[in-house]
Design a protein around this ligand. Structure first.
Ligand SMILES: Nc1ncnc2c1ncn2[C@@H]1O[C@H](COP(=O)(O)OP(=O)(O)OP(=O)(O)O)[C@@H](O)[C@H]1O
Ligand SMILES: [Mg+2]
Length: 245
C-alpha cells in the first residue's frame, strides 16, 4: 500500500538538512581536489621562475613577469580555497563557560598593534555584570577577528573603533562600531552572502563564516550602517539558564 500522506514539516526539514550536508561535503571535497593540482602548478612555477632567474635578456624578463602573474593568481586561488574550506567546514563546537569580556580583551590586545599602525583608536566599554556564556573560544575568536579586520579595512585613513558588551533581555551582546566608509542599504543586505566582496582580492567569505559560527552558538549577528559615517555590527549570544545566575 502506498502512502499519499504529505511529509511533515519535520521530515521536510530533515531532508533539507541532509541535502545541505551532502552539498557541503561535495563542495568541500571539490575544493580539496582543486588544491592538489594547484600546488603542483605553484611548485612548477617556482621552478620555472628559478630557471628564468638564471638568464637575463628582455625576452626572459617578459617571461618572468608572466610567470609572476600566474604565481599571484595561484596564490589568490589558494587563499580562496582555504577560506572556502573554512566556511564549509562542519564544526563540532567545544563550548566552554567563558567570560566574554576577558575573551574580548585578549582579542583586542592582539588587534591593538595593527590598529595603532592603521591609526585606529580602539575604545572599549565592557559591562561589569556580564553573565557567563558558552563559547567555542577558537572559532568565536576567528569570527571576531573577521569583524575587526573588516573594521580596519573600512578605515584606511584611520578612525575609531568602539567595542562594547552589555546584557540584553535574553543574553549578552557585543557591538563593534567603526567610523569607516559604511555602506548603503543594498550592500548591507548582501554582506552575509557567500562571495560578496567589494575588495580587490577579498573572498567575501569573512562575514558568512562569522555568521555561521555565531549561529552555531545559538546567537545572531546584524548590522547597521550609514555610508560615509560608519558601521555597527552586533553579535548577540544566549545565556544558558543554568549559567545565568
Ligand atoms: N565594517 C565594515 N564597513 C564597511 N563595509 C564592510 C564592513 N564589513 C564588511 N563590509 C562589506 O562587506 C563585504 C563582505 O565582507 P566579508 O568580510 O564577508 O568579505 P571581505 O572582507 O570582502 O573579504 P575577506 O573577508 O574574505 O577578506 C566587504 O567586501 C565590504 O564591502
Ligand atoms: Mg572580511
Amino acid at each position: 500500500m502506498t502512502s499519499s500522506a504529505t511529509p511533515t514539516a519535520a521530515e521536510v526539514n530533515r531532508r533539507l538538512v541532509e541535502q545541505y550536508t551532502e552539498i557541503a561535503r561535495l563542495s568541500g571535497a571539490l575544493a580539496h581536489e582543486i588544491k592538489n593540482p594547484l600546488s603542483t602548478i605553484r611548485l612548477n612555477m617556482e621552478l620555472l621562475a628559478e630557471d628564468l632567474g638564471r638568464a637575463d635578456s628582455p625576452q626572459v624578463r617578459r617571461s618572468m613577469r608572466k610567470v609572476e602573474v600566474v604565481q599571484r593568481e595561484c596564490q589568490r586561488l589558494q587563499n580562496l580555497l582555504d577560506d572556502f574550506l573554512n566556511f564549509a567546514k562542519v564544526r563540532n563546537l567545544n563550548r566552554q563557560p567563558t567570560d566574554l569580556n576577558e575573551h574580548v580583551k585578549r582579542m583586542l590586545e592582539f588587534f591593538r598593534p595593527k590598529a595603532d599602525e592603521a591609526k585606529i583608536e580602539v575604545v572599549d566599554y565592557l559591562a561589569g555584570d556580564l553573565p557567563t556564556v558558552l563559547l567555542d573560544r577558537e572559532s568565536f575568536r576567528a569570527a571576531m577577528l573577521n569583524l575587526l579586520l573588516n573594521a580596519e579595512q573600512a578605515m584606511p585613513d584611520g578612525g575609531q573603533l568602539v567595542v562594547r558588551t552589555y546584557v540584553t533581555a535574553d543574553g549578552v551582546a557585543l557591538d563593534l562600531i567603526d567610523t569607516g566608509c559604511g555602506m548603503d542599504e543594498q550592500s548591507g543586505t548582501k554582506v552575509f552572502d557567500a562571495f560578496y566582496s567589494t575588495k580587490p582580492g577579498g573572498s567575501g567569505l569573512g562575514l558568512p563564516t562569522a555568521r555561521k559560527i555565531v549561529e552555531a552558538h545559538g546567537g545572531s549577528i546584524s548590522l547597521q550602517s550609514e555610508p560615509g559615517r560608519g558601521t555597527q555590527f552586533t553579535v548577540k549570544l544566549p545565556v544558558p539558564a543554568r549559567l545565568s545566575t
